[in-house]
Design a protein around this ligand. Structure first.
Ligand code: FE2
Length: 390
């Protein structure tokens, strides 16, 4: 894979993607193109200390100021969005640059809206209602430090509402970043556990997107590429976080899966993963890693040819197999990959209380992802999968 800087835009998606080592160093070229000179970086504490991030204020052109809001926590809350919006407003920020994992991307998108209207985020806390945004939403640039969420090319922002413990997916075209800068050197200092969770999230996006009822020819083509890249690079990226080719491969896979699921949406695994994070602070990617093999096994009867294709993309099939056996092998390959990278395997290992299964199932069944799942889902199915995965 070439590791020089490249710029691309995928048909049907508005985000211009700049990828390659050193992409972050180009940031002020793009803030300048947008006519913005008062940058607010949105990130977590650890990312704010990375040399490439800490030095942004020093390397910025004289006409540009850089402020940092470093209060983003894992699974960002409505209160963090409110605090970030207030900070952006008080500093006169005219652009948000989110640097970090999915949490920072999600928070950055919502902060870009909150900066335009104080208290906006609290008006969005109603499951099932369409997302509305203020008249003014600041432009937003995404700089991911994990390869997983795909948030850099999607219009989604996942926010946890503190009072109700609901984790809701906000979805508005204003949340598309103007630019995404994919710099693999930023991934080399991301902790291994976060890389595993992120990669499993990307794999879950890819699988659920491929079998979604709303998958299209182009979305499946992108996911096919994403799965091939994950099968080729995930183990190496986790084994040696300094492997730039592997990191770039995973970054590309996460982006391709993000492009696909922004069209196809997801399925039962994401619907069931969100309550684990909202109620027990299980990182999103870890929740997906645990639930993915069980969700695949549940869906397998309804999507055997698709699963066979997923197995082919992972390179684990031979020509003589029946579709049925190939679909089983795809599930086994995902299980094996998750095991090889050291992903957690049971809900009981990550602090989930078994007595909450009923409540989590009631939340999961309300998720819009359920309607895209290839197999019809009822409460009893969801409870059964949670119990298997416990
Ligand atoms: Fe996800």
């Amino acid at each position: 894979m070439a590791l020089d800087l490249r710029t691309e835009k995928v048909p049907g998606n508005p985000v211009e993607v700049i990828s390659g080592p050193g992409a972050l160093a180009q940031i002020f070229t793009y803030t300048d193109k947008l006519g913005c000179h008062r940058v607010l970086v949105v990130c977590g504490k650890n990312v704010s200390r990375l040399p490439q991030v800490a030095s942004l204020g020093e390397v910025a052109p004289a006409t540009t100021t850089v402020e940092v809001f470093d209060q983003v926590e894992p699974e960002p809350s409505d209160r963090t969005v409110a605090a970030g919006g207030e900070y952006a407003h008080s500093r006169g920020a005219d652009i948000i640059v989110a640097i970090g994992g999915g949490s920072s991307m999600d928070a950055g998108k919502a902060i870009a809206a909150e900066a335009g209207q104080e208290g906006w985020i609290f008006s969005q806390e109603c499951a099932g209602q369409p997302t509305t945004v203020p008249d003014t939403v600041l432009p937003f640039i995404a700089v991911p430090t994990t390869a997983g969420t795909g948030s850099e090319v999607t219009p989604f922002s996942v926010i946890t509402f503190t009072e109700t413990h609901h984790k809701l997916v906000l979805n508005h075209e204003s949340f598309y970043p103007k630019y995404a800068l994919l710099d693999p050197t930023l991934l080399t200092s991301t902790p291994r556990g976060a890389q595993v969770a992120a990669g499993m999230d990307a794999l879950t996006h890819a699988v659920e997107s491929y079998i979604s009822k709303e998958a299209t020819g182009p979305s499946r083509k992108r996911v096919h590429e994403a799965i091939k890249l994950i099968a080729r690079h995930f183990r190496a990226a986790v084994r040696n976080t300094g492997d730039l080719e592997a990191q770039a491969g995973m970054q590309r896979a996460a982006m391709m899966a993000g492009l696909a699921f922004s069209v196809s949406r997801l399925g039962i695994v994401h619907a069931m993963a969100l309550p684990l994070s909202a109620l027990f602070d299980v990182p999103h990617g870890v929740a997906n890693a645990i639930l993915l093999p069980f969700g695949m096994e549940f869906n397998r009867p309804a999507a055997m040819p698709e699963f066979a294709n997923i197995g082919a993309a992972m390179g684990v099939l031979d020509d003589e197999q029946s579709i049925e056996s190939a679909s089983r092998q795809a599930v086994a390959a995902v299980r094996e990959l998750a095991q090889d990278v050291g992903a957690p395997r049971r809900m009981s290992h990550v602090g989930v209380d078994k007595s909450a299964i009923g409540r989590m199932a009631a939340d999961a069944i309300e998720s819009p992802h359920i309607s895209r799942n290839p197999r019809t889902v009822c409460m009893r199915d969801i409870i059964g999968i949670y119990e298997q995965a416990y």
